[in-house]
Write a protein of this length. Structure first.
Length: 308
């Protein structure tokens, strides 16, 4: 036990969880381009009726000053305090298939203790597989399907769905450590890294949520509805297209990304072209262009205002 208590609290429902369920992991934080984990967390919270089994202790794992909780103020008094949450929950998909969800914030502290606790729970529940989804910004165009890199030890998923297979090093997250340690135990593990257009990395892109749910379905066989995200994604991309069409420079920039993407996907020798080598626009340049055009027509606004 640390100075602030136990690492997590077990809930009564934990005793009744059946063995052999798949585990889905989504953690908000460092690798959340396009709002992938945030959208997944909201979806799980609203659509799959999660029942908390384990609640992790914020006082042990969370840096409150870096990610401050919300407090609600009503005219002259405080009405509620909403802390962050990191939980292991039991849920059901659209067909009634049960699965486990580890979702919430990426721990700021105690990574090794956190991972050890998760491994202990995985063993206790005889978890069948683990699937982790996160997203990173990449110099790819929004006009092409969201690609992915697949890691882990599930070769059939890697061979069929991994579009980019780099030799590189990246800043680690708690999710990376979980994937590594779970794989070391011999558990079937798949880590899906969604490749989000770098100029849209700071937006909440509904298409990223569609791709994330599809990846989870591929790995687990779960039936997770995506219709609302699909419709929102069509509207989102239509707005982007509208703004790009009005700017020749921005159109040329995206066209350059399309050419490099298509060249890569065709398997030509230019397999490094997904990496920004200097003559592509930077994320800041593209984002700045889009921001200027989108500022006057924010997403979700009623553009007509009663006018044709």
């Amino acid at each position: 036990m640390g100075p602030f208590g136990e690492l997590y609290d077990r809930q009564p429902a934990l005793a009744d969880v059946p063995e052999g369920l798949p585990l889905v992991i989504t953690l908000t934080g460092f690798t959340d381009a396009g709002g992938a984990a945030a959208q997944l967390s909201e979806y799980f919270r609203n659509e799959v009726r999660p029942e908390p089994l384990v609640v992790f202790n914020n006082d042990v794992l969370l840096d409150y000053r870096a990610r401050r909780p919300l407090v609600y103020f009503d005219q002259d008094h405080l009405t509620a305090y909403r802390p962050a949450a990191l939980t292991l929950s039991l849920a059901e998909d659209g067909l009634g298939q049960e699965f486990l969800i580890l979702s919430g914030y990426e721990p700021d502290f105690g990574w090794e203790a956190f991972v050890a606790a998760v491994l202990q729970l995985v063993a206790e529940l005889s978890v069948a597989s683990a699937t982790w989804v996160h997203a990173i910004p990449m110099p790819v165009p929004h006009t092409r399907p969201i690609g992915m890199t697949v890691s882990g030890n599930r070769r059939e998923l890697i061979d069929a769905h991994s579009a980019w297979r780099p030799h590189t090093q990246v800043p680690a997250t708690a999710g990376h450590l979980l994937e590594l340690r779970l794989g070391d135990t011999g558990l079937p593990v798949a880590g899906f890294v969604l490749l989000v257009p770098h100029y849209l990395g700071d937006t909440e892109h509904p298409g990223v949520a569609v791709a994330a749910l599809e990846a989870i379905g591929l790995a687990t066989g779960l039936s997770l509805t995506r219709d609302e995200f699909r419709e929102a994604s069509r509207e989102f991309l239509a707005k982007i297209e509208q703004q790009i069409a009005g700017n020749d420079e921005l159109h040329r920039m995206v066209q350059g990304l399309e050419e490099r993407y298509d060249s890569y996907m065709e398997g030509t020798p230019q397999r490094s072209t997904l990496i920004n080598d200097g003559d592509l626009p930077s994320a800041d340049e593209l984002a700045a262009e889009l921001e200027r055009f989108l500022a006057s027509h924010p997403f979700g606004d009623d553009e007509s205002d009663g006018k044709p």
